[in-house]
Write a protein that binds this ligand. Structure first.
Ligand code: KIV
Length: 258
């Protein structure tokens, strides 16, 4: 299995859909990689999914790096992208560059994802100049929830934002909760792939939070297709174990050493 490169992802545009899911740990990353996913995103959504926070804001750089390290260890083929968390790139260009580079140097990632538009162009430009692949992220930006909420993005000005990110050197752009008509226009307007979440079928690729698509998260979202009801399955397995231990049915002698 040979490792995918950024150029392999970019060249899929218009030819083949790009697949992406989140992973925050070794075993999940191994499963996704073996299944043939193209991009594993170590998303700052781990703040919600793993840490139990209500937003992505609390997760720190060190915590992101920790999860990137353990995910990267498992991956042979997929591109591993680390998500730059809140306060890791907004303070200064210098901090943004240092933190982005930590994802490659310490987290063994193949690139970083950054939420933002015109205000991050300098950073994207500098990073790509120095060899750090950048995935943009526009539309709904969860790190800005306190100001904008989780609104659907319909503003056509996003087309120019996407073009600017491409010009600054981004190799792809996540479109989050963008109306599917606008997502289609953006996808047609740029030469780099768009990766959609809650943005309809016309994007060049799709990304979902793994825990949502396997139903480990009990919440229901219109844009998520649940491929498994993992919460129920896990719950029943644990209930069966409790019953077996209490009823002296586990372990059997066959499951014991003589
Ligand atoms: O953090 C994350 O998981 C993300 C995806 C939802 C795109 O940013």
């Amino acid at each position: 299995m040979s490792k995918l490169k950024v150029s392999d992802i970019v060249s899929k545009k218009g030819k083949e859909k790009i697949t992406s899911l989140t992973a925050y740990d070794y075993i999940t990353a191994k499963i996704l990689d073996e299944a043939g996913i193209d991009i594993i995103l170590v998303g700052d959504s781990l703040s919600n999914v793993i840490q139990g926070n209500t937003t992505t804001i609390p997760v720190s750089m060190d915590e992101m790096i920790y999860h990137c390290k353990i995910v990267s260890k498992a991956v042979e083929r997929a591109l591993v992208i680390g998500d730059m968390p809140f306060m890791s790139y907004q303070i200064s260009l210098e901090e943004g560059i240092r933190n982005a580079m930590r994802f490659l140097k310490e987290g063994n990632c193949d690139g970083v994802k950054i939420e933002g538009g015109y205000e991050i162009l300098d950073l994207v430009n500098k990073l790509t100049t120095y060899g750090v692949p950048v995935m943009g992220h526009i539309g709904l930006m969860p790190q800005r929830v306190h100001l904008y909420g989780y609104k659907l993005a319909t503003d056509e000005s996003l087309i120019d934002v996407a073009k600017s990110l491409e010009q600054a050197g981004a190799f792809s752009i996540v479109l989050e909760k963008v109306s599917y008509k606008l997502a289609e226009k953006i996808t047609k307007a740029i030469n780099i792939p768009t990766i959609g979440i809650a943005s309809g079928p016309h994007c060049d690729g799709q990304v979902l939070v793994f825990h949502d698509m396997i139903g480990l998260n009990k919440q229901k979202f219109k844009f998520v297709r649940k491929y498994l009801n993992a919460y129920e399955l896990f719950l029943n397995a644990v209930k069966n174990y409790i019953e077996d231990v209490k009823g002296n049915k586990f372990p059997s002698l066959e499951e014991s050493y003589e």
